[in-house]
Ligand binder design. Structure first.
Ligand code: ATP
Ligand code: MG
Length: 456
């Protein structure tokens, strides 16, 4: 599309809604100071797009013709970061403005741009603003705002695409996805976040090229997964992943479990969890990656657990092995740090303990550091499996009692199993539920910390 230099369209201040009032003081300072030092400098990327849409930008990126070293000479409060992509960070208290030098897609032979098998692994060839525009991913992300005359510079038709709410890759879509398969996930995320349609030619190659995600760095996919699922529109992202055939290449075991779950309960559980997380984010409440991944991978875990139980393993062994297997396989795609996978396992393992009502076990569970998250997870499961509601209500009740009241209402030995053997047996076909006909976990020798030994 853009092999000859792209044509510049300048959208004057009177034709767009971006006002300095809505731009962070730190970003404005960077733009003015670079201009004063004789460099050109533009606000670019998501911030310009969001401002055009009347949204509050999440962060501010600046593009300039100054090299990172020159940027550092202009700002004392500046550090240089990155190898794959060298940048300057200008720091104002808690605000960090990312300043990148215009980059080109051309390989000048210096080794500053490295392509491995069609993929971009190093990207440090500086270039002109035109070149910088066409190497960005979507047209809506390639708009440049200047404080010289407050105009927006558009080389790729991004302004019209923003007006039409269209997400369009710049250049040949298949080649751009091959160059960086993470753009497939960015398409899902941005379409969900902005409520944009993915333009047909940009959507067409997605299903065929999604297998390339297996070659992307799992650390980068972890970062991307947090942006996809923890910024307030995770449920929509998940629907798009399903719709475009991407889920099986991103969360393969979950996708396989969903495909086998004709009841649709697994899908409901994941979507309910994501909607709950979205509501929390939008109310400025915290969400934890451990709970998020516990939900995203629960269909895979529940499936694996059933397979192991059917093969005759007892519950405690099956739970550990299922968690290890699911996690190990998922780590090939997403590098979930152990500080999240460990609590994720605990959330899973505690689900089978909720059926036990002996006094000692009840108190042990209530005092478990992960009780709250595990209980929230039980409530989540109960919201899609009605047979679990009595159990979830009982634990809600238990938490509201004083220890004395609770002790009075419990017996020392198993008063528990009524719920497990009777009512819950009917729920055993649901993949979202742990099998009801299993006995409580067999007592293991008391090695308190042994559970921490998952493999990663
Ligand atoms: P958000 O509002 O969620 O931050 P964003 O578009 O600003 O969305 P960033 O990851 O902050 O996303 O990236 C900033 C800009 O860098 C993008 O708008 C785009 O121009 C460019 N960019 C980011 N990732 C890529 C990529 N994989 N390929 C090409 N350009 C990219
Ligand atoms: Mg951004």
């Amino acid at each position: 599309m853009q092999s000859s230099p792209p044509a510049l369209r300048v959208i004057g201040r009177e034709h767009h809604p971006i006002s300095r009032k809505n731009i962070s003081a730190a970003a404005l300072k960077v733009l003015y100071r670079l201009n004063e030092a004789g460099y050109s400098a533009f606000l670019v990327g998501g911030a310009v797009r969001d401002l055009l849409l009347g949204r509050q930008p999440k962060d501010y990126d600046v593009a300039t013709d100054a090299t990172p070293e020159q940027v550092q000479q202009v700002f004392r409060n500046c550090r240089l970061i990155g190898r794959r992509f060298r940048l300057a960070h200008v720091v104002f208290g808690r605000d960090i403005i990312e300043v990148a030098t215009f980059r080109s897609n051309d390989d000048d032979g210096s080794g500053d741009r490295e392509i491995d098998n069609g993929r971009l692994v190093r990207d440090n060839v500086y270039g002109s603003i035109e070149e910088d525009a066409v190497r960005r991913d979507f047209t809506a992300n390639a708009l440049y705002y200047t404080v010289r005359d407050f105009s927006v510079h558009d080389y790729v038709g991004g302004y019209e695409d923003v007006q039409a709410r269209v997400l369009r890759l710049i250049g040949d879509p298949a080649a751009r996805y091959r160059e960086d398969p993470v753009r497939i996930l960015r398409a899902m995320r941005l379409a969900a976040k902005l409520d944009f349609n993915i333009e047909p030619a940009s959507a067409a190659p997605i299903a065929a090229l999604a297998p390339l995600l297996s070659e992307a760095s799992n650390a980068r996919l972890f970062d991307e997964s947090l942006k996809m699922f923890m910024t307030g529109h995770g449920a929509r992202v998940f629907e798009l992943l399903l719709q475009y055939g991407v889920l099986e290449h991103f969360l393969p075991d979950t996708a396989a479990a969903l495909a086998q779950d004709h009841s649709g309960l697994c899908r409901d559980l994941v979507l309910t969890a994501l909607r709950g997380g979205d509501a929390r984010v939008n109310a400025d409440r915290s969400v934890t990656p451990a709970f998020l991944f516990a939900a995203l991978l629960w269909p895979a875990y529940a499936h694996e657990l059933q397979v192991l139980l059917a093969a005759g393993h007892d519950m405690a062994v099956a739970e550990r092995r299922a968690a290890d297997r699911v996690t190990l396989r998922q780590l090939e795609r997403i590098a979930i740090p152990r500080r999240f996978s460990q609590p994720m396992h605990e959330i899973w393992w505690m689900q089978s303990r909720f059926g036990q009502r002996q006094r000692k076990r009840v108190f042990r569970l209530l005092n478990h550091p992960r009780f709250r998250a595990a209980f929230d997870f039980l409530e989540l499961r109960a919201s899609v499996v009605p047979q679990l509601q009595a159990e979830s209500q009982w634990w809600a009740w238990a938490q509201a009692q004083t220890p004395e009241q609770l002790a009075d209402g419990l017996v020392g030995k198993s008063a528990a199993s009524d719920a497990r053997t009777g009512k819950r047996a009917q729920a055993s076909d649901a993949l979202t539920d742990t099998p009801a006909d299993q006995e409580a976990p067999k007592r293991r020798p008391r090695r308190r910390r042994s559970r921490a030994k998952t493999q990663e």
